[in-house]
Write a protein that binds this ligand. Structure first.
Ligand SMILES: Cc1ncc(COP(=O)(O)O)c(C=O)c1O
Ligand SMILES: [Zn+2]
Length: 439
């Protein structure tokens, strides 16, 4: 009997993908390893996908960068197939996505007195957040493995991405959410046909429960902080910035960001962004790696707190030292998507950010609300609180002296404002109604 999975186009592995390496002990696993995390280090032993970069470099040299990264199996992120672990054999609405605009924001830049500001606007993805990039890779990998049921824990957006793309693919999904997640986000999941399991607890508790259930039922884990393949999908946001600023890898940019601002919850997006820029530099396609600055809400800022407590040599810490430096916090912020008490990908995020010369900072909710207003009025982009945190971080980075006004900056806008419109209400005064025409 054929399953929904059989109706999808086929998928294969990238021949340049060679296996996995643990971020703590560096033990390697073969590429058919199915355990998600390091067997020695447990749940903190998150794995990195390993590629044979020398063979990717020679493929790119032989075919030319423009050909190596041309749109092949559909538009969007699959043009980066040489740098992704899996690849579909044909385009399908469940995974053909990406290619979002990198929009210069001259009015916003002038308003802030910043030389150049680009907005990488991922609000236009199918479920209106950057998380679709990870879910697209999950869909292709699940297809490859023949698994028809996917699951995740999420504060909302990862769940939405899984629900939307599962509906497109005709696959089943189960989603564990903190019961306090915004109602609009829960409605979206249910409308797309997901099984929703509200957890009477925090995101962190929902995450632990999801791992237990995934293991019990043999589902596919779309938990980005757990499944190392998914971060690779998120990496494409950085690859797209590189592609856009080099006219498709054909020209050396005269415009290149000095810094990139990234909202941080579990630390997956930021780890992926740093990795993406590093790979482009390694392949000689871009001039360098911008400083990557991670932005947390002040009420959920374990990484930013540990970073400021360890100003000496953040780049010199070992994995266990990083783990010891970052203490769990109790969260309180309007930015529900980055309300994470103990970031699952903290070690990877810390190391990668440190290597770029960037850092982590925290922004109060008031600055996030201000950033929502600035994005809307000065750039015509509507962001949810977590989606606007990157711009809030720009303001804070300027105040801290981490960013000079004469520098060029790219800001990730990671989630659409209509997901949580209430947060923007603090920025506006609704006008009083006027009487209609008489008669
Ligand atoms: C809109 C938005 N921005 C940023 C983040 C943070 O991403 P990460 O958890 O990978 O750090 C999330 C995560 O849910 C999100 O939904
Ligand atoms: Zn390990």
């Amino acid at each position: 009997m054929s399953t929904a999975n059989d109706l999808l186009p086929g998928a294969g592995l990238n021949p340049h993908f060679t296996g996995y390496r643990c971020v703590i002990c560096a033990r390697e696993q073969p590429r058919d390893y199915a355990g998600y995390v390091c067997p020695d280090c447990g749940v903190d032993g998150i794995l990195d996908v390993v590629y044979d970069m020398a063979s990717i470099r020679s493929e790119v040299a032989q075919t030319g960068a423009a050909n190596a990264f041309s749109p092949t199996t559909g538009t969007g992120l699959w043009r980066f197939a040489p740098l992704l672990p899996v690849r579909p054999e044909a385009a399908h609405p469940a995974w053909a996505l990406g290619g979002t605009p990198l929009q210069p924001a001259p009015r916003l830049a002038a308003h802030l007195g910043q030389q150049q500001v680009w907005l990488k606007d991922d609000t236009s993805l199918p479920s209106a957040s950057l998380k679709d990039r990870a879910a697209a890779v999950a869909m292709v990998h699940a297809r490859l493995l023949g698994v028809t049921h996917l699951a995740c824990a999420s504060t909302g957006n990862a769940a939405a991405s899984l629900a939307v793309l599962s509906a497109r693919a005709g696959l089943d999904c189960t989603i564990f959410v903190p019961a306090a997640a915004p109602k609009a986000k829960l409605a979206q999941l249910l409308l797309h046909g997901a099984t929703v399991v509200p957890v009477d607890g925090t995101y962190d508790q929902a995450f632990d429960l999801s791992l237990a259930e995934i293991a019990k039922h043999g589902w596919y884990s779309r938990n980005c902080a757990h499944n190392p393949l998914l971060v690779e999908g998120k990496k494409t946001v950085a690859l797209e910035i590189g592609l856009a600023l080099t006219a498709g890898f054909t020209a050396h940019p005269d415009q290149w960001p000095d810094a990139v601002l990234v909202p941080v919850g579990d630390g997956c997006i930021i780890s992926a962004v740093a990795r993406g820029f590093n790979e482009l530099r390694e392949l000689g396609l871009t001039p360098g790696v911008p400083r990557i600055i991670g932005v947390q809400a002040a009420g959920a800022s374990p990484l930013a707190q540990a970073w400021s407590a360890c100003a000496n040599d953040p780049a010199g810490l070992t994995g266990p030292e990083i783990r010891a430096a970052i203490q769990p916090v109790t969260c309180r912020t309007i930015a529900d998507s980055i309300s994470v008490g103990i970031p699952r990908n903290r070690i990877k995020a810390w190391r990668r950010v440190a290597a770029t010369g960037g850092g982590f900072l925290a922004v109060p909710d008031e600055t996030i609300v201000e950033a929502i207003g600035l994005l809307a009025a000065q750039a015509g982009v509507f962001a949810e609180p977590s989606g606007a945190a990157g711009l809030a971080g720009l303001l804070a980075a300027r105040d801290k002296g981490w960013l000079r006004p004469n520098e060029k900056v790219a800001v990730l806008v990671t989630g659409h404002g209509l997901k949580d419109p209430g947060a923007g209400l603090g920025q506006v005064t609704l006008p009083a109604a006027m009487p209609p025409l008489a008669g």
